[in-house]
Write a protein that binds this ligand. Sequence first.
Ligand code: AGP
Length: 609
Amino acid sequence: MCGIVGYIGKEKSLPFLINGLKALEYRGYDSAGIAIFSHDKVQVKRKAGQVKVLENALKNDTDLIGHLGIGHTRWATHGMPNETNAHPHNDCMGRIFVVHNGIIENYKELKEYLQHRGHIFHSDTDTEVVPHLIEDFLRSNGDFNVALFDALKMIRGAYAFAIIDVKNPDTLYAVSFSSPLVIGVGADENFLASDPSALVGKSKNVIYIKDGEIAEITRSKIDIINLEQKKTPPEIVRLEWNLEQAQKGNYPHFMLKEIFEGPKIVFSALQGRLKSGKNLVKLGGLEQVNEKLKEAKRLIILACGTSYHAGLVGEYLFEEIAKLPTEVHFASEFRYREEPFEEGTVVIAISQSGETADTLAAIRKTKKHGLLTLGIVNTVGSTIARETDAGVYNHAGPEIGVASTKAFISQLTMLVLMAVYMSESNGHQLHHALLQELEKIPEKIKAILDKASEIEMLSEKYKDCENFLFLGRRYNYPVAFEGALKLKEISYIHAEGYGAGEMKHGPIAMISEKFPTMAIVPQNSVSEKMFSNLEEIKARKGPIFAIATEGDKEIVSLANDIFFVPKTIESLEPLLTIVPLQLFAYYVGTKRGFDVDKPRNLAKSVTVE
Ligand code: AGP
């Protein structure tokens, strides 16, 4: 994934370009570059490495005073991460400068075609075909807009472009197709970015460029042109985030800050959504589809990564609370299935960024079959939020750490509310006790966070392990997967999540003194079975780190190390048991000396397939 920024306006463009790229670095950070229109020409500066390498290289550069600029931080998809392949890329004449986020699937044939027509290439990227293609059309038609449209018709793939044309220095061009771009509307200035986190503190009024649209942005005007080459009125969306939310505060890392936001996340997700009286849950975003929800016969949950693990918890919630048969699929696999959809199937897409390409593709597939699609999305105005028929926002604020933590907690909370909401839509029992317990979860998460130092101390003991098995059952089965993913992502330790019942069907062969198990074993309906699993591991000298319920005595004789969490209703346990696992991954990763906010090879929002 890559990050794009652009600026045109009353100020010099460089400060926003650099600060905007820093805010987007979690999307990709193997090289960075900028292009600024100054003194009647475009100055390009590119560097391998993180944005700060580029920033240091520009410290004493007095040329970069222009008010029109574009910038890019890269996560390589084609071509090594180096200065030559860093964006921006330009045409032969040095007139067209482009930064790109996405993948151009037919770039090889376009490159051969353009080389055949005399264009000279310098990089191994797919992006470089774009300025040359526009240049090629300009040869036959001097109008930039026409040449741009003609070039876009030849490009296949997912792309967001920011473009400078030397002959049109009062305009910043932006194009989006299956890759996000958002405009921050300012006073005598306008901003462009791949996502709103770069706009925080700059503008609260944003315009999402929709698929196939071109934006022509001057310092005082924004024209949106659609696929039919007609101007369409820009839709301004109010951005809820503030600068403080998008900054680390006094935490050493965004990841730790976002783990500690857990109590507030649950609390804010409940605000305005819990009522007394007949119906207990109000979800405004679903009211428009209420009648269709009453006819729901089956649910399909589509997501990736951490959001997929939240969906696995949702499967238990919807079946137990809303009595709806539910299946959960990796969106990246579902998109290839030929599933016969039955009447009354409702699709739920879960996505923090709202831009995950696999999830978007899977939703589009179900929409072709006429299914009702709902979204649980954190980023307001994002593509998935706009393309689903209805849905709810997490309102969890920007999640900057690449590893998803607070968004997962928020997704679980929304799934509980949605399950109760759909239970009521289907005339089932009310869930007073469940919702009353849900309102106590913020204080219970805080009680866990108050003991974070216990996890930090225990992480010292396990930080050099090379393998880890995570085991859970029922509601904690998805927590085992999510805990393993966190440890993998942040510490690069090989960690596997498994249903505890499956351990005897293979994984137990791995157990040894050097292969520890993280057992999620709160006191609940499956505790006895979990204890049997732990006996089997203990008999083979496997070290056990247990997440258990306060007051549980039996676990003491089974586990080498124990972290106690407060007692709660079984269906709400994941909201508590995941928190020590998030902390464990964070402390192990920091003790192993890794950048926990920007783990190697990862991107926050995977908007490529
Ligand atoms: C989570 O820690 C990962 N960064 C990743 O698995 C993420 O959950 C996945 O890419 C889905 O992202 P989304 O929620 O924005 O769709």
